[in-house]
Design a protein around this ligand. Structure first.
Ligand SMILES: [Ca+2]
Ligand SMILES: [Ca+2]
Length: 237
């Protein structure tokens, strides 16, 4: 008697053994496409938000500097020695060249004299912004600073200290700041390049009072050009 039952194997779809090569390739292609879309969509969004944060920090500092200048009648100097002279507090004068401008600005804006501190507290308390790469300190004095007497610098979203310079130092070609980066390496600011790059290419005028800039996403000093982010309206390259 013939077996009338149908063999199980003949009921199985020929596809039940798994995906075909073409199906696997289609899935891989779709995954690759989605990953590509994510990279294209998200990476610029991240760098855009870093750039926006950097611009916001610079704008905030500018507002703080303006408040300071209103009260002191000068812009914060590019080194703490001159700030000490202004505040009749010579003990602060021992500042080296490393990250000098931004350190001097932070000290000036933190001082609890003449209506200070003028530094935005939320900004200063942000551990992703406030740091002290070179670990330098100074003696407390009449500036009435709160907390550890470190020469703090402020760093951009890419970990590089912001640059702060007194525009008179730029104009006079006497900038001698050295920037210490996150990896411990240093970059020297060329005083001639500062004088050349920071004035308007056609009118020749410098920004009023001071300049603040970030080296930008490439972490390289372009003297306010290229991808740098600046306190003044950027000049064309
Ligand atoms: Ca420092
Ligand atoms: Ca740059």
């Amino acid at each position: 008697m013939a077996d009338k039952t149908t063999p199980l194997s003949s009921l199985r779809s020929p596809r039940s053994g798994g995906f075909t090569l073409i199906e696997i390739m289609v899935v891989i292609a779709i995954i690759a496409l989605l990953a590509g879309i994510l990279v294209v969509a998200i990476i610029p969004a991240i760098s855009k938000s870093d750039k926006a944060k950097c611009e916001a920090v610079i704008r905030g500092l500018q507002a703080n500097v303006d408040s300071w200048q209103t009260r002191w009648a000068v812009y914060p100097p590019g080194d703490a020695g001159r700030l000490g002279v202004l505040a009749n507090s010579p003990t602060i004068a021992e500042q080296n060249r490393v990250n000098r401008g931004i350190e001097a600005l932070v000290v000036a804006l933190r001082a609890r004299v003449k209506g200070g501190p003028y530094l935005d507290n939320q900004l200063f308390m942000d551990d992703t912004v406030r740091t002290n790469y070179d670990g330098d300190t100074f003696a407390d004095d009449k500036l009435d600073l709160d907390g550890a007497q470190a020469f703090f610098e402020l760093v951009d979203p890419w970990g590089t200290p912001y640059i702060y310079l007194d525009i008179n130092d730029v104009r006079n070609g006497i900038v001698e700041d050295v920037i210490q980066l996150q990896d411990g390496s240093t970059v020297e600011l060329d005083p001639n390049k500062c004088a050349e790059m920071l004035h308007h290419p056609t009118t020749g005028s410098y920004p009023v009072g001071y300049v603040i800039w970030s080296f930008g996403p490439n972490k390289k000093n372009d003297y306010g050009r290229g991808d740098d982010i600046t306190s003044w309206p950027k000049y064309a390259d």
